[in-house]
Design a protein around this ligand. Structure first.
Ligand SMILES: [Zn+2]
Ligand SMILES: [Zn+2]
Ligand SMILES: [Zn+2]
Length: 156
């Protein structure tokens, strides 16, 4: 892990350890590059992403400087401007306008898929049973089926 100079004694402090300066025992040896506040290791933004060349930021300044890629259009934007979607521990980022576009696409696809599911299941139900109440009941299967089919279009 990269080390950054202690703000008190300038000795290098490793960001991979407990973050305490070994020389002067300073508990807040790091300095945010942007707002210049002293920080302990727990206040450092995304320490796992630090390299020897990267500036070090606090939790508040970090997201405003980090560049992320939009899941929808692939163009990068700063994290503080992005819509963050978290699914199963994985994080995706969107431009706000890309996110609402993706949500609209998903709703449209879901409506179409559910409609088609209802029709197909109802049709199969009638062919099998020649009984309208049974067909109607079977057509309800189209609801979860359509929702399932539309899932890949969900914004995540
Ligand atoms: Zn020190
Ligand atoms: Zn800061
Ligand atoms: Zn975008």
């Amino acid at each position: 892990m990269p080390a950054y100079p202690c703000i008190k004694c300038r000795a290098p402090v490793d960001t991979g350890g407990d973050g305490v300066c070994k020389k002067c025992h300073e508990h807040k040896p790091f300095k945010c590059t942007k707002c210049e506040q002293a920080m302990d290791i727990f206040s450092v933004y995304a320490p796992e992403k630090l390299t020897f060349h990267k500036p070090i930021y606090c939790q508040r300044c970090g997201p405003t400087t980090e560049l992320v890629d939009c899941r929808q259009c692939g163009i990068s934007l700063t994290r503080s401007n992005a819509v963050e979607v978290q699914i199963k521990g994985k994080q995706d980022f969107y431009h706000p306008e890309c996110y609402s576009k993706q949500t609209r696409v998903f709703r449209t696809v879901r409506t179409l898929a559910v409609g088609a599911g209802l029709l197909v299941c109802g049709y199969i139900g009638y062919m099998l049973s020649h009984n309208w109440p049974v067909a109607l009941l079977l057509s309800l299967l189209g609801l979860p089926l359509g929702t399932l089919l539309a899932r890949p279009f969900a914004p995540h």
